[in-house]
Design a binder for this molecule. Sequence first.
Ligand code: ATP
Length: 260
Amino acid sequence: MSVAPGPGSTAGHAGIVARGLRRHFGAIAAVDGIDLDVPPGSVVGLLGPNGAGKTTAMRILATLLVPQAGTATVAGVDVVADPLGVRRRLGYLTGDTGLYGRLTPREILRYIGRLHGMSGQALAARIEHLSHAMGLDAFVDRRAETLSTGQKQRVSIARAVLHDPPVLILDEPTSGLDILAASEVLRFFRDEADRGKAVILSTHILAEVELICDRAAIIHHGRIRAEGSLEELREASGADTLARGFFTLLGEAPAGGAPT
Ligand code: ATP
């Protein structure tokens, strides 16, 4: 899937840089001193068990949570000093965001596009393009409340990337998608990185990391336990596949033995 140029800039930005991020909820150290670099032109996978701190870290980067310590910039913009500046440069996909049920995908995308300062023919063309790229054409003019889970997810992805931001943070983007749609959106994100975007992909599916990520960070109990290229991680774990090595890198044995 190739992408028509949108209003965002993909050139000359600084990707994501985080240093010493920390966010506790009472006694829970959800994010406990995380450093992360996602250079332009790359996809970094975020892996970790449930409750590891992935979503909390992404929410900080997306300016939805303020860190209690540490710093982070998105496309060179500080997440605490200029949250609106960050949001202009960021496409954030999360399972939490609902769609306006009474509106159609086209109306939702038009509305969101206007909030991003897009209008007229450029906005219409961008919607047309994403509708095609995300496979929305068959239902782009149907009310969102009538769409299936996977159809809604495709609309959510189109909404997240609508303003062509230089940085994408994707929290389980293939959730609810069929196999073909999942592989198409993963290819789309890889192409976006190849156009110069910095992309975080959080997923529980190792095959997705192996398919499109340049590097991965493994998070557990709010800390990064291992980070590197997939080959480096596999070697560091001493296992023959990343799936087997994952538990070694976490410092834990899986219940029921390692996967085969
Ligand atoms: P999953 O893979 O299940 O989505 P995750 O790695 O995204 O997990 P987080 O959602 O970041 O994990 O949660 C990290 C920890 O912080 C968990 O123990 C969670 O219960 C806790 N936590 C997250 N948000 C809050 C909150 N608003 N209030 C209290 N605790 C929270």
